[in-house]
Design a protein around this ligand. Structure first.
Ligand code: PEP
Ligand code: MN
Length: 362
């Protein structure tokens, strides 16, 4: 149920209303702007509460029922698009965010080389896994805390905020210490205790779509984090399991406009896991930008054929630079700014972080 307040209502009135609803035993969401007014939502159960009692509350103009179960992740309450800030980079504000880097952090040298080359080509964030969800327990599992430290150092050295996957709630403090954004991988999209834990912190979360999750299931997972009080969420389409076996997954690009229609949260696309094939990454990354994605997650490695994980879907440095160059043409054609090549970084030295991506394309 959404309680839309009268135009003259101020934040103080909304907060007073929120307290009063709490006394009535109701679970209330945050106060949000709604078509030029303030509104708040009853998100939990409300059996036994009279509709008339709600409309009679001070400065309430009208009460609107939710038609979808993802109350905080949907657009019925939040009519304005969310912008998520990650270490000085904004996601969802009109520029393209490119999170690039290796599947796994493998060594100090590898992650520093990767950070230098993706920064030079115009990436805005550095990715790298330290705790890896591998199908086989005999495969490389990641460097753990040591990997996080290396990732964090490499990101700082090249002015890139870092994102890495959290697999276990026990690692929450550790991950928060080293990362600017925490990734929930496809396999953990419905790990509800993990989602609840992420709802209690104030770190941006990158929530990847589960291997066979519907849009609604993805948004209900986001709802868990939002319901806990953390509103800094970015959704990621990363391919789903279908009957097709040619590619590792089937990248569902319709997810971009559909999720944007259903939700106010930013949406990015990962064509690396989405296809599993290096030669398919560039065309699908371009298509994702044309489809309106707020960002991309791309696996890039200084020497992908020697990568310890996912080398077959990882771009070479040259392929990544070419992709970025083509996005600087495609992006502005669809109203999206793409960060320029950095002039200073070819030698691997630190340079100024690229943050402002808004250009006038009219
Ligand atoms: C990853 O990004 O490192 C990863 C394992 O992705 P996904 O969870 O989408 O498979
Ligand atoms: Mn990977």
């Amino acid at each position: 149920m959404i309680l839309v307040m009268k135009p003259e209502a101020h934040m103080d009135d909304a907060l007073a209303l929120r307290t009063r609803l709490g006394w009535m035993g109701l679970e209330v969401g945050p106060v949000v702007p709604h078509d030029g007014r303030l509104s708040l939502a009853i998100v939990g159960r409300f059996e036994g509460v009279q509709w008339e009692a709600l409309t009679a509350l001070p400065r309430v103009e009208r009460v609107v029922p939710f038609t979808r179960p993802f109350k905080l992740a949907g657009r019925e309450l939040n009519t304005e698009r969310a912008v998520v800030e990650v270490g000085g980079v904004t996601i969802g504000g009109g520029g393209l965010v490119v999170m690039a880097g290796p599947c796994s952090v493998e060594s100090e040298e590898q992650i520093h080389d990767a950070a230098a080359l993706v920064a030079a080509a115009g990436a805005t964030m550095l990715r790298g896994g330290a705790f890896k969800p591998r199908t086989s327990p005999y495969d490389f599992q990641g460097l753990g805390e040591e990997g996080l430290r290396m990732l964090c150092d490499a990101g700082r050295a090249h002015g890139l905020p870092v994102v890495s996957e959290i697999m276990d709630l026990d690692h929450l403090d550790l991950m928060c210490q080293y990362c600017d954004m925490l990734q929930v991988g496809a396999r953990n999209m419905q790990s509800f205790s993990l989602l609840k834990g992420l709802g209690r912190i104030d770190k941006p979360v990158l929530l990847k779509r589960g291997l066979s999750a519907t849009y609604q299931e993805l948004l209900m997972s986001a709802e868990y984090i939002l319901a806990g009080g953390n509103h800094r969420i970015v959704l990621c389409e990363r391919g789903i399991r279908t009957f097709e076996t040619f590619s590792r997954n089937t990248l569902d690009l319709a997810a971009v406009p559909i999720l944007k229609e259903l939700s106010h949260l930013p949406v990015i696309v990962d064509p690396s896991h989405g296809t599993g094939l290096r030669r398919m990454v560039t065309p699908m990354a371009r298509a994702a930008v044309a489809a309106g994605a707020d960002g991309l997650m791309i696996e890039v490695h200084p020497d992908p054929d020697r990568a310890l994980s996912d080398g077959q879907q990882t771009l070479t440095p040259g392929q990544f630079a070419e992709l970025m160059a083509s996005l600087r043409i495609i992006g502005p054609a669809v109203g999206v700014a793409v960060a320029p090549v950095r002039p200073t970084d070819r030698s691997g030295g630190a340079s100024t972080p690229t943050q402002s991506l808004i250009v006038d394309v009219s």
